[in-house]
Every structure is written in C-alpha cells, then in structure tokens.
Design a protein around this ligand. Structure first.
Ligand code: F6P
Length: 544
C-alpha cells in the first residue's frame, strides 16, 4: 500500500504548523530576527537566492526538508541522473542533464553511454553554424544565408525564441532570426514578409515531425521558397534543415537526413532547448557561447545533484512552491525578470512548469487530494508594475513572486540600471512589509481614504540576484527552474515528463478540419454547441 502524500508525517506536521504561523506577519519575522535577511539566503553557481521574504520560519523549512526526505527526493534525483525510465507513462528515461554533460561523462540508457552521441551532434551543429555564420553555406542561387527562420511549436519554439531574445546581446546582428509557431497563417506571413528566399534558411524543429502546426508551416515555407526561387525542388536541400528524433518523417518531408540534427526520446520537448532544438540559438550566438550556455546548465545540474537540500537552490524553490500551493492555497506564481532581454522567460517557464506538473493523478494513477502545478505567469519589470502589480499588492489573492535581477546592465545607459534594480528591491520590500494604517494616517491622509492606501504586506517573494546575463547564467537559470519543477513533481508524486493532456484537443481538431473544409454540408456528430459553431464558421467562411 503506497503512502499518500497527505498521510506523510511531514505533511501532517506542515498542516498543523501552517495553522500556527498563517497569521504571522513578515514584519514580525524580520523584527524577531535581525539577521533574517542574511540567514534565509543561499548561493550557488553564482546565483544568489534571498528567500527571507517568504512566510516561513526555521520550523517550516525543517518540515519542508523532511517532506522532501519522506518523498525520497534524493533517490528520485539519482534515478533521473542515472538514466532510469522515470517517465513511466511513456517508458522513457529523462535525461536532459545528459545534453549538457561534459564529453568525458558516462550516462547510460539501456546500457549504452549516450554522451558521445550528444557531443557528436553538438559538433555537427557547431560545424554547420560556423559555415552559415561565415557565409560558406550558400543558398540555391549561391547567395549567403542572411535570415534564419525556426519553425516549431511548444518546446521546439519557446526555448529557441526565449534563448534568442535572452542572448541577443551576443548574437550576430548580420543575421536576422524569426520564429514561426502558430498555425495562424499570419505568423508565417509576418515572419517572412521582407525576407529574400535566396538568403533564407528554414530550421524545421519538431521532435515528432508530425505536429500539425509545424508541418503546416513547413509545407507553407517550402511553397514560399520554391515559388520565390523558380520552383526548382533541389533548392530545398540548401534552404531547409531539420531538428528531430524522426528521421523517417524528415526524409518523407523532403529534407535530406544529412541536413538533419537528431536528438532522442529521452529529451522532453520542454527540456530540449539545449539539444539540437537549440540550433537557431547556436547560429545566433555561435558555438562557443552555446557551449558556455551548456556549461551553465551543467553547473546547476551538479549543484542540484550534490548540494545538501537546505542549501540547494532548486530544492528550496520547489519546496516553497509546494508550501504556497498546498498550504496557502496560492493558485499562481509570478516570475518577474528585471531584464528586458528575459522578456520571453515567463512564457518559456509556462510550458516548463505547467505542461510538467499540470497533472491530477499520481504516478500510480490515483486522483490527488491536494493541488499540484501552480499557474506560472509574468512580465519583465518594470512594465508589470504599471499593470498587474496592483492586484499583487492590494488584491485578495496571495501571489508568491520570483524577482530576477542582475548586478550589471548588458549595455549600461546612464542611471537606468540603478533605477531598474531599485524597483526590484522596492517591490519585494513593499510586498513584504506593506504600509500600516498608522503609517498612512501619520502622512496626514484623510480618515476615509486610509483603508484604500493601506498595504497589508505579508506577500511573499524570492529575489534571485546574479551578476550579468551571460549564456552561462541563462543555462543556470533555466536548469534552476527545471529542477525546481522536478522537486515539485516528486513531492506531488506526479509524472512531470508526459503531457497526455494536450492529446484530446489535437485529435478533435484533426477530426474537425475536414468538417470545416468539406465542400458539401458535413454530418456533424459533436455536441450541439460545437455543431452550431462549426455551421456558423462554415457560413462565414463561404461568404468571404
Ligand atoms: O503540445 C504538446 C507538445 O507535444 C509539446 O510537449 C512539445 O514541445 C510540442 O508539442 C511540439 O512537439 P514537437 O517537437 O514534436 O513538434
């Protein structure tokens, strides 16, 4: 008989403990312990985590760490890192950590060391990237490549686009990068509007090479290219490369598998930005910077694997997420990077966190009786401050926040960076400590206005501070969240590595497409709402 999470001693103690400290204010916690701002911090791989502004005491941390032990986090980490098939519902190993392992590492899947293959692909990617970047790889008409369009969706898009934006500072500005993901044709039209087919390289990125959106966009790209280059089919070889695990489908599409960069079924889509799916990233920032990115990932992997839990950044972040989700009923977590280059980081994290832990059954197929994966969202600072922060400060919901700040601006500009960082510190301070009615009154505020101007405070946040947004640091940040997601998944006993929840919609869409396109009125057997919507759409569609 498996022990339910809610029956674990640490869980029960946490429930009791929560009742005791629920009302405790961060003001009191800081007043009690003048050292809290130094004590409740951890630092690793150059990332500094201040978690002092969380609604936790030493007892809370002790119990959360006990929960991690009771849930066998250490054993589960070891199982992942050693290539066990922990993705049970798909019978797969989960080895994104092998993608950034050093050349001499040995990580086995089914008895075979996968690290040499990983490096062989990286070397091919580097060779290809160098040829494109130097202008040695020529298009069909002999012109060099000046534009790269990544076609992919989900993990085959969000990682590449996030990394491209995050590391733009390091990118070759002579090359233009575009990302097409949506099956909405506008995405393709706008991405290619002013591109010259003779100078454009398409990377079709799809683990399965069957995804509707990607295949539709790839077909459209091929038509666009061929019509722009006079219809000679041999042009495809010079303008299309593929990143996939499915050589058969790549070749059926018409891309020479010599121009394919592979990866493996043990890499989940949302964990693949450091595999060949990162080809566009490597083209943009160059192989050396890409390897620095991998080095950063690896450093965080090592930290996660070896550091004691009480100093382990991903473990701490993961346990805090569990604490708020399950004991404070927090529905969401906001990730707020104060770095414009990280503008797509929250969107990237949404897939990583929610496709991973958005599960309602345990690994054994039991319905959970506790909340799992919180909703992750966010925007870069300071923009969010002038939009949704009002609700975080004075609304009725508890929204734990992760602030991410950097010591150095990528391109220093007057006083901008000091102002930016002043806002990070000010927001975390305001959320934690707020402003009491007495303070508001003391400012001479009219009595009737006082309640409106009171800030309750006691709103938790983490601050992650690091020196500079280098490729290495980006790798560390992504791995930090990957392993935090893993930690949460272990506590909740769900499988963070499958995504069956996306299948039904895909299958239904495939059924509906012919019903929309049918020249004659199709017999519809959906519910009355779906039938009605389809009929209305068909009527609109034929009128235009
Ligand atoms: O949306 C489901 C999903 O399978 C994601 O997990 C994945 O990242 C995305 O679709 C794209 O899949 P593929 O790389 O196979 O095209």
């Amino acid at each position: 008989m498996k022990t339910l999470l809610t029956d674990r001693p640490a869980w029960k103690s946490l429930s009791e403990h929560h009742k005791e400290i629920e009302k405790l204010h961060l003001r009191e916690l800081f007043a009690e312990d003048g050292n809290r701002g130094e004590q409740f911090t951890a630092e690793a791989a150059g990332l500094f985590l201040d978690y002092s502004k969380n609604r936790v005491t030493e007892t809370t941390l002790k119990l959360l760490l006990q929960l991690a032990q009771e849930c066998n986090l250490r054993t589960k980490m070891d199982a992942m890192f050693s290539g066990e098939k922990i993705n049970a519902t798909e019978n797969r190993a989960v080895l994104h950590v092998a993608l950034r392992a050093p050349r001499d590492a040995v990580i086995k899947v089914d008895g075979k060391n996968v690290v040499p293959e990983v490096h062989a692909v990286l070397d091919r990617m580097a060779d290809f990237s160098n040829r494109v970047r130097k202008g040695d790889w020529k298009g069909h008409t002999g012109k060099r490549i000046r534009s790269v369009v990544n076609i992919g969706i989900g993990g085959s898009d969000l990682g590449p686009v996030m990394a491209y934006e995050a590391l733009k500072h390091y990118s070759d500005r002579a090359l233009t990068f575009r990302f097409v993901s949506n099956v909405d044709g506008i995405d393709f039209v706008e991405a290619t509007r002013e591109l010259d087919p003779a100078e454009t390289l398409f990377i079709v990125s799809s683990k399965t090479f069957t995804t509707l959106e990607t295949m539709t966009n790839a077909q459209t790209a091929r038509d666009w290219l061929l019509s722009g280059l006079g219809g000679d089919r041999s042009a495809v070889a010079k303008h299309f490369v593929a990143v996939s695990t499915n050589a058969e489908k790549v070749s059926a599409f018409g891309i020479d598998t010599a121009n394919m960069f592979g990866f493996w079924d043990w890499v989940g889509g949302r964990y693949s930005m450091d595999s060949a799916i990162g080809l566009s990233t490597m083209l943009a920032i160059g192989p050396d910077n890409f390897r620095a990115l991998l080095k950063g990932f690896h450093e965080m992997d090592e930290h996660f694997l070896t550091a004691p839990f009480e100093r382990n950044l991903p473990v701490l972040l993961g346990l805090l997420a569990v604490w708020y989700t399950d004991f404070f009923d927090a529905q969401t977590i906001a990730v707020l990077p104060y770095e414009q280059y990280l503008k797509r980081f929250p969107a990237y994290l949404q897939q990583l966190t929610m496709e991973s832990n958005g599960k309602h059954v345990t690994l054994d197929g039991q319905q959970v009786n506790y909340d799992t994966g919180p909703i992750f969202w966010g925007e870069p600072g300071t923009n969010g401050q002038h939009s949704f922060y009002q609700l975080i400060h004075q609304g009725t919901r508890l929204i734990p926040c992760d602030f991410i700040g950097f010591g150095q601006a990528m391109t220093p500009l007057g006083r901008h960076h000091d102002m930016l960082l002043a806002n990070v510190f000010a927001q975390a301070e305001a959320l934690a400590f707020g402003k009491t009615a007495e303070q508001v009154k003391a400012e001479g505020t009219a009595d009737w206005l006082v309640p409106h101007r009171v800030f309750e405070g006691n709103r938790p946040s983490n601050v992650i501070l690091t020196e500079r947004l280098t490729p290495e640091v980006l790798g560390k940040l992504v791995a930090l969240y990957e392993h935090s997601v893993f930690t949460q998944g272990v506590i909740w006993n769900v499988n963070p590595f499958d995504q069956w929840g996306v299948e039904l919609g895909k299958a239904l869409a495939q059924r509906i497409v012919p019903e929309l396109e049918s020249p004659t009125e199709p017999a519809l057997n959906h519910d009355s709402s779906t039938n009605n919507l389809i009929r209305r759409y068909r009527a609109m569609r034929t009128r235009t």
